[in-house]
Design a protein around this ligand. Sequence first.
Ligand code: HAM
Length: 432
Amino acid sequence: MCAQLLSTHPYKGTRDFYPADMKLRNWFFGKIRAALELASFEEYNGPMLESLEMYIAKSGEEIANEQTYNFSDKAGRRLAVRPEMTPTVARLVAAKINELNFPLKWFSIPNLYRYEAPQRGRLREHWQVNVDIFGCDTYEADLEVISTAITLLRAFDADSSMFKVHINNRRFFNDVIASIAGTDAEGSRRVSKVIDRKNKVPREVYEKDLVALGLDGEKIAKIDALYQMGVEEAAALCPESRGAQELLDLFEALRELSLDEYCVFDFGIIRGLDYYTGTVFEVLDEAPENNRAMFGGGRYDNLVGLFVKNTNVSGVGFGFGDVTLENFLVTHNLIPDIYSEGVKVLVTKFDDVPYTEYTKLVTKLREANIQSSIYIGSKKFGKQIDYAVKGNYSHMVIMGSSEFNEGKLKIKDLRSREETTVDAEKLTDYFA
Ligand code: HAM
């Protein structure tokens, strides 16, 4: 009887990264890392496993209760596989609060797990670029973070017709809802949860939920009107609000820097995570098929305070996932031919030349910093050509017994199909 074969599929909502997939991922994260380092952000990392209570305390119900993979270890500690990085970075900052050089500009590219229904733009495992600034509580850090988000997309030659940064402010949101609906802090929080789901449920459900929180038709209409307003008009509804002022300062600076073409005020941006307190934003792809947010972020004033008493180190930052980025780059045709760029040489082999002579050639190439390999299989020459073409090699170095005896080599350029004979001594000069 045959034993049941094991599945070759990865776990639902996770991906295998074959070398071609890794090449793409390394290409885009390489560009992102370079742009962040240029702007003096420093890279950090942390463990995959964290205590579950960190997420229960601050991430909010959806992430902590519904989306977190959690379990007890053998000693009974309640652990979670990290669904996001922000509580981890707040813990790192809190643990060395007296030693660190504030304001901090930090980034990380962790893989995260969330138990979600896999769909376009959302999987169970994704890699997320996290960019955060700690220790600056004025709009300048919000500006730095938002302009960094724009810079990262511009590094791929994206323009303002392809994406927009949608910006709101939690303080402003709470103040304007309180003034329209007369809610207290808890009431405004409940209204925010309903508004956050506005586009995910039918209109009747949205209205019914607001009515259940004590809002009548007139109040709902006032909230509807906010969606159509520009930032000045909206801010004028609550001129005393610190959040309104923060929005005005931020948009003024964005205008000054000509970044306003990338940004819109959007009252619908609430963000599902509970820890945000000020500016909140999401970057949305303008292509309708990519309808899930690409970046999400904002300011959180009191996360570090979860770990250290009487501290007040505020943070602001964003997370930016690889799944939505890849959809964005493919949809807008922003991925160049990364597979066949640069020089990559295959040294082919024949049985009547000692193998070590080929090893010497490849060693020379590598010493000259030329990406190269010997053909290590046992197929005939014709198949070695197929291997080189399929493997995106740019050149083949060919040394049969007659070339070997004469101290010569043939070099075949696989892109132009030209073949050149050179002295074996001059091999690396050819590629100079
Ligand atoms: P978030 O909105 O939950 O925020 O996620 C940020 C981004 O990560 C999303 O816009 C999306 O690109 C990506 N993302 C999230 N979940 C998934 C998923 N299931 N599959 C694929 N991509 C996903 C946060 O996580 C905050 N901690 C970000 C932050 C950093 N705020 C301040 N600093």
